[in-house]
Design a protein around this ligand. Structure first.
Ligand SMILES: *Cc1c(COP(=O)(O)O)cnc(C)c1O
Length: 353
């Protein structure tokens, strides 16, 4: 659905990369921290840097234990397969990453089915959860897990209000479901609201944070939960080949990101607002007001599809991602400066003039 990831050699290099915060490069200081990392055998629990990261993340997320994994997708899939049995049902938003962007992993790996819940901005409310809950009959699929995404990526990088997070989690728990938070961009929500991560995750049995989004690490994500949950999840980490060796090299980048790249997410949010203001002034573009670092816009009024607009700006070294026929997503991050936002706006304006 997004534009091709592979660079077309006929095109000039990308100068201003609004495609995704996943494409940030590790900074020189982050690489220096990686080089100096103390390492050991992660699978055996002997990598001191991984252990330090997991302890810090368990505390940050308010859980008993945590586990280092290569990617956010593996965090979601291991959480799903730990919480669910084959035939179980997961309640998640219709635009959720686990439903749209993980290769059908819930079905393929856990044998679980996802029922999409409706609601604006990638979020659902208490009424939507109540409407989806089924009586526990012989013929109904066992409902096992409720999942939320903070921030909601395809929903527009929106921030779930704390009260709604707590309310939908409480309803699910009362009905006997486990609860899981996809916190790929959780720290964006934390920085934007000032609400600590542990408070946002309090109603959730499992939660994870991605280090390869706005936090700018080359790889790594941390999944947290109760000691029993992480114990059970370790079996799946092992089975799926997610148990690692000298992974401290990568955990050091994550620790560096926690120290140096969290507060600066506010800059990305400011840049996203500036970008949205500029885009809204371009005739034909309709812009969704950004709450964090993702700026979604609709191209219908320009007479162009998102892909057609993409092609025009890409030839000038600017990119973004395509989320559907007329919907584009521009993402601000560590490698995009305010000056580049202004330049990108000029390119987009010229492309539509
Ligand atoms: C990126 C993303 C993921 C997957 O994380 P990876 O580290 O790319 O595997 C999961 N959920 C959401 C909401 C994301 O944005």
């Amino acid at each position: 659905m997004y534009a091709p990831l592979h660079p077309d050699p006929a095109l000039p290099p990308v100068r201003i990369n609004l495609y995704s915060d996943t494409q940030t490069r590790p900074t020189a200081a982050m690489k220096a921290a990686m080089v100096e990392a103390e390492v050991g055998d992660e699978q055996a629990g002997l990598d001191p840097t991984v252990n330090a990261l997991c302890e810090r993340m368990a505390s940050l997320l308010g859980k008993e234990a945590a586990m280092f994994l290569p990617s956010g997708t593996m965090c979601n899939q291991i959480a799903i397969i730990t919480h669910c049995r084959p035939g179980d049902e997961i309640l998640a938003h219709g635009t959720s990453h686990i439903l749209t962007s993980e290769g059908g992993g819930a079905a393929a790996l856990a044998g679980a089915q996802i029922t999409p819940l409706p609601g604006p901005g990638g979020q659902f409310d208490a009424a939507a959860v109540r409407a989806a809950l089924r009586p526990r009959t012989r013929n109904a699929p066992p409902q096992a897990l409720l999942e939320v995404e903070q921030t909601a990526n395809a929903g527009g990088g929106t921030i779930w209000p704390l009260a709604v997070l707590n309310e939908v989690a409480a309803i699910a728990q009362e009905a006997g479901l486990a609860t899981h938070m996809d916190g790929a961009r959780l720290m964006n929500a934390v920085v934007a609201t000032g609400i600590p991560a542990r408070e946002m995750a309090a109603g959730y049995d499992s939660v994870w944070l991605d280090f390869t989004k706005g936090l700018g690490a080359p790889l790594g994500a941390v999944l947290a939960g109760s000691r029993d949950f992480i114990d059970a999840a370790w079996k799946w980490k092992q089975r799926m080949g997610g148990a690692m060796r000298q992974a401290g090299i990568c955990a050091a980048a994550c620790l560096y990101a926690l120290d140096h790249h969290v507060d600066r997410l506010a800059e990305d949010h400011d840049n996203a607002k500036a970008l949205a203001r500029g885009l809204a002034q371009i005739p034909g573009l309709t812009v969704e007001a950004p709450e964090t670092n993702l700026v979604f816009f609709d191209t219908r009024g320009t007479g162009l599809t998102a892909a057609e607009l993409y092609a025009r700006v890409r030839s000038h070294g600017v990119n973004f991602s395509i989320s559907s026929t007329h919907r584009g997503r521009a993402c601000t991050h560590l490698d995009v400066t305010r000056a580049q936002i202004d330049e990108a706006l000029q390119v987009i304006r010229a492309a539509l003039a």
